[in-house]
Design a protein around this ligand. Structure first.
Ligand code: SF4
Ligand code: SF4
Length: 164
């Protein structure tokens, strides 16, 4: 008798326990919804108003988690990141956006981390990332031989960071 093995579980190719929590550090905006704030308030046993004041702030028109200095990257990181253990201190109360991230089977930061550590043969190497965005308009044009090519024109807009 043949046995069919079915395994629908997605393969995960990253391990957050071996990562210094890039995603909690490099994104300036970790957006929170009303539901996220209610969860935070319940977790800390405070009122919603108090949770809003203590744990969130406005950034570019969005309500986001507050950040504090992180020595490892010499920059600000999420206030709920444990600076020593590099893990989330409110894991069960973390916002939806953190639960979903990276929403695919690979994490590009983890891939670079592994790649660099293998390349350098040094498990302590810490690649640094900066996320910047630039708006650009895509246009189809023809090259000298009449072949179709993509042309990118820089549009307006600046730099922003966003988680998710
Ligand atoms: S950057 Fe990727 S591997 Fe690192 S903690 Fe975030 S999701 Fe996990
Ligand atoms: S709430 Fe937790 S998982 Fe989300 S960014 Fe902050 S430390 Fe990371």
């Amino acid at each position: 008798m043949t046995k069919t093995i079915t395994d629908d579980k997605p393969r995960i190719h990253f391990d957050c326990t071996k990562c210094p929590a890039f995603c909690c550090s490099i994104y300036e905006r970790v957006q929170v919804t009303k539901r996220d704030i209610s969860r935070l308030a319940k977790h800390f046993g405070v009122t919603v108003e108090s949770a809003i004041k203590r744990y969130t702030k406005m950034h570019s028109g969005e309500r986001v988690l507050r950040r504090t200095h992180d020595e490892l990257f010499d920059a600000d990181a999420c206030m709920f990141l444990d600076r020593e253990k590099r893990g989330c201190t409110i894991y069960h109360a973390r916002p939806a956006i953190c639960r979903e991230y990276p929403a695919r089977s690979r994490c590009s930061y983890y891939d670079v981390l592994r790649f660099e550590r293998q390349q350098q043969d040094d498990e302590n190497v810490l690649p640094l990332f900066q996320i910047t965005f630039r708006q650009a308009k895509k246009d189809v044009q023809r090259d000298d031989k009449g072949e179709k090519v993509w042309k990118w024109e820089e549009g307006k807009g600046g730099r922003r960071k966003a988680k998710g």
